[in-house]
Design a protein around this ligand. Structure first.
Ligand code: TMP
Ligand code: ASP
Length: 237
């Protein structure tokens, strides 16, 4: 498989064409942004951590019946994926209140939610990724009823799988964001699952092992990413 010209550069990844129309080549970057790119920086080693951790979760999820875009690793910070068309709706699951739900609804950070709360957001930096509901998604023709149902079902199943696996490594899954893509007529899980897109708290100390360390200038950012990778995959870097 050959890596050809760049198709797109996002905030955290570059997407390249390949000599196979059904495959994209993804390169994970060390660039970090927060608050819709108002805050910018670099997290050394992040591209490698996010690539390896995403590959780990995608393989595990595929084994558990969650179809996703991962095909194979190409290098420490590159993977080959199915060439999906990304659905312009992010799906968030929250087990514990943190981040924007606290600001929006006045819920205290750390409050355990009575059940996993699913939210949809519109993928739009200009608009600040606003929370939307199923009517908005249908009215804006971002996804069909069937696609919404599959995304919700997958999101809850992924939450159950990740939560259980992470707890074995003393990590609490506070929340996460996933994205889906269309491939050969089906929506499948796409994008990444990493410390950029999840909140991981140490189960004993409640220490943050994710991008909140960067967002909130807590220090120890690189170390937290390495620690999360090591605990989850058993591998360092
Ligand atoms: P939030 O509390 O800021 O809404 O974030 C919820 C989860 O989604 C958290 O795990 C971080 C992740 N997330 C992204 O992956 N990308 C984003 O653009 C935002 C805002 C959050
Ligand atoms: N990735 C998002 C951004 O820059 C937000 C975040 O992860 O906090 O803008």
């Amino acid at each position: 498989m050959q890596k050809l010209e760049q198709l797109y550069e996002g905030k955290a990844k570059k997407v390249f064409k390949t000599d196979n129309d059904n495959r994209y080549w993804i390169q994970y970057k060390d660039d970090a942004t927060a608050f819709n790119a108002q805050k910018k920086g670099t997290i050394a080693g992040k591209g490698v951590v996010n690539n390896k951790m995403s590959a780990y979760w995608f393989l595990l999820l595929a084994e558990r019946g969650i179809e996703n875009h991962f095909v194979e690793l190409k290098s420490d910070n590159e993977m080959l994926v199915k060439a999906v068309e990304i659905v312009q709706t992010e799906v968030i699951i929250r087990n514990i209140a943190a981040g924007s739900i606290c600001r929006r609804l006045g819920i205290e950070e750390g409050k355990e939610l009575p059940f996993p709360i699913l939210e949809f957001c519109l993928k739009s930096d200009e608009l600040g990724d606003p929370v939307i509901n199923e009517d908005h998604i249908l009215a804006m023709e971002l996804a069909t009823k069937e696609e919404i149902a599959k995304m919700k079902d997958y999101a809850h199943k992924i939450n159950d799988i990740l939560k259980e696996e992470l707890l074995k490594n003393d990590i609490i899954l506070v929340d996460f964001k996933i994205e889906f893509g269309r491939y050969q007529g089906e929506v499948i899980l796409a994008d990444e699952i990493s410390p950029d897109t999840c909140r991981f708290w140490d189960a004993n100390t409640m220490e943050k092992l994710d991008k909140d360390r960067f967002r909130r200038d807590l220090g120890g950012v690189e170390e937290a990413y390495q620690e999360a990778l090591k605990r989850i995959t058993g591998e360092k870097k």
